[in-house]
Design a protein around this ligand. Structure first.
Ligand SMILES: NC(=O)c1ccc[n+]([C@@H]2O[C@H](COP(=O)([O-])OP(=O)(O)OC[C@H]3O[C@@H](n4cnc5c(N)ncnc54)[C@H](OP(=O)(O)O)[C@@H]3O)[C@@H](O)[C@H]2O)c1
Length: 352
């Protein structure tokens, strides 16, 4: 039993803090959290015959994990924590060396909840990417990617870069992405993947791809660097408003480097908004992607940050506009090298 004097001191200790909290929070602006994050229904480049529509969860876990076999193998651990945290979308690539870790994480997660890996895999949306050296051998490459993850389809397969390279990593000038795309269309037809798209494509290179006589299927998605310092309004508008034979045929943008690293997360406006709405800078930035109708693939090895990146808010239009106004066309991830080139291409070739 609590004695009267003890009860009094408890009240003195607990009441003021809760009252203070109430008073401070009462007048603070609140953002409405998403009860469930939306999915985007892909329009082009989709295998839907006998399979159903392809829905892409708007937040995925980025699975880039450094350049050594050790760091790439270690990704399995934090992919498992992400699956436990509720992620349904994983973003990997041949070039990341983590396709195997994705497969192992799914199997370990399934075992941990007493389920089977095939059932758990079917609940996920998994993207992988064709490396620039495999433009001539798309089917072999996707088969290797499938074998590494030990799964029988990917949900989305992207041409990682518009450049084509030979086996030694030099540019393959005799091959271009319109020919690579022919291979992508074939693996879609063979149902090795459920949707196909591109990555790092500008408006200039998308136009060339869409206008090629060999292009019958349009890309579903274009994955590009996109964050408040590189808001890509022109590319977003172009992709959103595409039509084909009079019908809307949007290409959805997936943002990579979506949180903009510390450069964006600690920029004054983002920190101010995070404080104003009692949330984190990353949650403000990721909510901004969702408000613009986009998809984002933040990478975090930490379970709490993985969870934060899934707990997003409906942002009012004025906040969306404030964040978009930070745009400086500034690349943070794939910047031009000392010769002004990105992976061997000039900015003009990239269309950047
Ligand atoms: N298509 C392409 O060419 C391309 C290029 C680059 C990247 N990508 C894809 O995009 C994914 C993400 O890109 P990225 O790694 O460049 O950018 P990012 O996800 O914006 O940044 C990752 C960094 O942010 C930290 N972080 C994540 N969430 C956070 C949070 N809530 N609070 C504080 N820090 C947080 C992570 O640290 P912790 O791990 O310690 O949390 C990590 O250091 C990659 O994994 C890959 O899948 C694609």
């Amino acid at each position: 039993m609590i004695r009267a004097s003890k009860l009094c001191s408890l009240l003195v200790i607990t009441f003021p803090t809760s009252i203070l909290k109430f008073i401070t929070h009462r007048n603070m602006p609140q953002l409405k959290p998403f009860e469930q994050l939306p999915h985007i229904e892909l329009v082009n480049g989709v295998l839907d015959e006998n399979v159903g529509k392809v829905h892409m969860p708007v937040i995925g876990l980025g699975c880039w994990s450094g350049t050594t076999p050790e760091t790439q193998a270690a990704a399995k651990e934090w992919i498992v924590t992400a699956l436990k945290a509720g992620y349904k979308h994983l973003d990997t690539a041949h070039g990341y060396g983590t396709e195997g870790s994705v497969g192992k994480a799914i199997r370990e997660y399934a075992a941990s909840i007493g389920s089977d890996p095939v059932t758990e895999r079917r609940k996920l949306f998994i993207t992988t990417k064709l490396p620039p050296q495999h433009g001539r051998t798309v089917e072999d490459s996707i088969n290797e990617s499938l074998a590494r993850a030990e799964i029988d389809y990917y949900d989305l397969y992207l041409v990682h870069w518009p450049q084509s390279e030979n086996a030694s990593g030099g540019l393959d000038e005799a091959w271009d992405f319109t020919r690579t795309w022919e291979g992508m269309q074939k693996v879609l037809e063979k149902k090795l993947v459920r949707a196909i798209g591109v990555s790092n494509f500008s408006i200039k290179n998308l136009k060339k791809l869409l206008e090629a006589p060999t292009t019958t299927v349009w890309p579903a998605v274009n994955q590009v660097e996109l964050h408040p310092l590189l808001a890509q309004p022109g590319l977003l508008e172009y992709c959103k408003t595409l039509t084909r034979t009079g019908k809307p045929a949007p290409i959805f943008l997936t943002a990579y480097t979506p949180t903009g690293y510390d450069t964006v997360r600690s920029s004054p406006k983002i920190v101010e908004l995070a404080k104003k709405y009692s949330t984190s800078p990353a949650q403000i930035v990721l909510s901004w992607h969702v408000a613009r109708g986009g998809i984002a693939v933040p990478k975090s090895t930490d379970m709490q940050r993985q969870k934060d990146n899934l707990n997003l808010y409906h942002l009012p239009q004025e906040v969306v506009a404030e964040v978009t106004a930070l745009d400086k066309e500034q690349r943070l991830c794939n910047k031009p090298d000392a010769d002004g080139k990105v992976w061997g291409w000039t900015m003009e070739q990239m269309g950047w």
